[in-house]
Design a protein around this ligand. Structure first.
Ligand code: F6R
Length: 242
């Protein structure tokens, strides 16, 4: 098995390709389960999905499952992933909020929350998982060194990830949470299909390691080399080290 690479000239093109894949799945299976990432990379998909919906795609029964959430931010915090998905996915597409599933990022009961979310995701059976990738090769918030066998769990963010995400917190590094709850690597591998989006030169090393490096917990995304239906959708810069 190997990772299929598709290169594109713009994020808009990546967005419309992934949105039409989602459209095709939803037309066949109106209550499909779609795994959604946060961060900059998937925004082009959510934008393009808006056009699909305007053109008649019915997403009223689709169930949307987040990959992860910060621990310690309330759901109403503007930088919580719950709010992110509400702002860029749920509200623009007119999705009922009960169809959005995000792990609870409360400090208390973290293990229980993780177990509950793992069961929810596995029972749903993700039809297509959208991923971004961290500069250190993380997927979800599975940082380097996370076990390939990991299920949904609570974890600690690396300093590099906190710094990369500080841009969402007005560059106030002290505001970026230290911990998270995330689908594990084995959870992500259960998805029937995985589509990973990466743009920009800062991602080129991680893309190289994920696609052509050793399959190793040092690069969490390298686990995807063992998935039977995975496509990386890249711009020229992100693919420049392949
Ligand atoms: C977000 C997530 C992360 C991001 C990654 C890349 O739900 O799970 O793995 O996909 O940090 O973030 P961006 O796209 O902002 O570069």
């Amino acid at each position: 098995m190997s990772i299929t690479i598709h290169a594109y000239d713009s994020q808009e093109n990546i967005g419309s390709v992934v949105a039409s894949m989602i459209g095709a799945i939803v037309k066949k299976k109106p209550n499909a389960a779609i795994g959604v990432a946060t961060g900059s990379s998937p925004l082009c998909v959510y934008k393009a999905l808006e056009s699909e919906v305007q053109n008649g795609l019915d997403v009223s029964q689709v169930q949307w499952y987040a990959l992860d959430e910060y621990i310690g931010l309330s759901r109403s915090h503007p930088q919580s992933y719950y709010q992110f998905l509400k702002c860029y996915l749920v509200d623009p597409l007119g999705i009922a909020e009960c169809n959005l599933h995000v792990p609870q990022g409360t400090v208390e009961g973290c293990q229980d929350n993780a177990k509950r979310y793992e069961d929810e995701v596995i029972n749903a059976g993700i039809d297509l998982q959208i991923l971004g990738i961290g500069e250190n090769g993380h997927i979800g918030f599975n940082e380097p060194g996370t076990s390939f066998l990991s299920k949904t769990h609570c974890g600690t963010l690396t300093e590099s990830t906190r710094h990369a995400n500080a841009r969402f917190f007005e560059n106030e590094i002290g505001e970026v949470p230290y911990s998270c709850i995330t689908q594990g690597l084995s959870t992500i591998m259960h998805a029937r299909a995985v589509r990973l989006i990466a743009t920009g030169r800062t991602k080129s090393r991680a893309i190289h390691d994920a696609v052509q490096g050793q399959i190793s917990e040092k690069c969490p995304a390298s686990i995807l080399q063992m998935h039977s239906d995975v496509v990386f959708l890249l711009d020229r810069d992100a693919g420049s080290e392949l």
